[in-house]
Design a protein around this ligand. Structure first.
Ligand SMILES: Nc1ncnc2c1ncn2[C@@H]1O[C@H](COP(=O)(O)OP(=O)(O)O)[C@@H](O)[C@H]1O
Ligand SMILES: [Mg+2]
Length: 283
């Protein structure tokens, strides 16, 4: 049975889609069978793999509305081991239509259950909100990767995500775990980056990936060309970082290191104070 991982953070622009796409491609390069599920109606993951809206006929809206099985919407990518369940802006409609449905939280889980045995990993890219689409992803998932941008207030709002994970654990899925916090857009030269990284590692002891993802323009360029970075510039720092992340994830799985339940995020005041003192500012 494949491991199902949601990539979630309700903040936009922190690296969720870049992580889902490039971690997925890196696992596929290691001959792991990977399914990427694009749960963000903006469709950046789909277009980042060469499937802009105009090219998509069947998509996740049809799956969540019950018109199609997940299997019927899955498409191939340039990488043999990497497949995609694409999305469309219509998916926003699913969020509204499902409101009156008792089983609304479990739609994606039920769909993925049908195909999961054929994959080693199923990665779900979440939208920047904690609405019904993210909830569906969390209910479907075994664990969650939380990308964080190493900037001011990186941890702000994280408590909402962690509380949502707790709620899903309490009501739907007691085994849902935090796979790891991933430090993205890491810039070694910046004091603030180091400070935020230290604070995150202090708080989430043992729950932060050793691999950090550097700020690297190749990552942004490659998705605009509809490719994972390893098919665009395999020597780039971005490509190497995601390949390393894939190795770290696989090692953990081999060693059967069980992901742990999340703990509450530090308060905003602490984050803010530390961020300001790191940048030399005053409160
Ligand atoms: N490590 C990185 N270095 C440089 N640019 C990045 C990096 N990660 C993401 N980006 C760029 O930042 C923007 C936001 O990233 P994205 O993965 O789409 O975030 P999210 O899915 O959380 O909204 C995109 O334009 C993406 O190409
Ligand atoms: Mg995104």
């Amino acid at each position: 049975m494949g491991q199902i991982i949601a990539v979630a953070n309700q903040k936009g622009g922190v690296g969720k889609t870049t992580t889902a796409l490039n971690l997925g491609a890196s696992l596929a390069a290691a001959e792991q069978r990977v399914l990427l599920v694009d749960m963000d109606p903006q469709g950046n993951l789909s277009s980042g793999l060469g499937y802009p809206k105009a090219r998509i006929e069947q998509h996740l809206y049809h799956v969540l509305s019950g018109e199609r099985a997940l299997d019927e919407v899955i498409v191939d990518t340039e990488l043999e081991y990497l497949r995609l369940a694409p999305t469309h802006t219509d998916l926003i409609g699913a969020e509204i239509e499902l409101v009156g449905d008792e089983a609304r939280h479990g739609r994606l889980a039920a769909a993925i259950e049908q195909v999961a045995p054929r994959f080693n990993y199923v990665l779900i890219d979440c939208p920047p909100s904690l609405g019904l689409l993210t909830l569906n992803a969390l209910v479907a998932a075994d664990s969650v990767i939380v990308p964080l941008q190493c900037e001011y207030f990186a941890l702000e709002g994280l408590s909402h995500l962690l509380a949502t994970i707790e709620r899903v654990r309490a009501i739907y899925k007691p085994a849902l775990a935090l796979e790891g916090v991933l430090l993205c857009m890491y810039d070694r030269r910046m004091n603030l980056t180091q400070q935020v990284a230290n604070e995150v590692r202090e708080h989430f002891v043992g729950q932060v990936f050793d691999t950090v993802i550097p700020r690297n323009v190749r990552l942004a360029e490659s998705s605009s060309f509809g490719k994972p970075v390893l098919l665009y510039d395999v020597e780039s720092a971005g490509a190497r970082a995601y390949l390393q992340l894939a190795q770290e994830l696989m090692r953990r799985r081999d060693a059967q290191v069980a992901p742990q339940p999340p703990r509450p995020a530090p308060s905003r005041a602490v984050t803010q104070r530390r961020a300001l003192s790191a940048s030399g500012g005053t409160e």
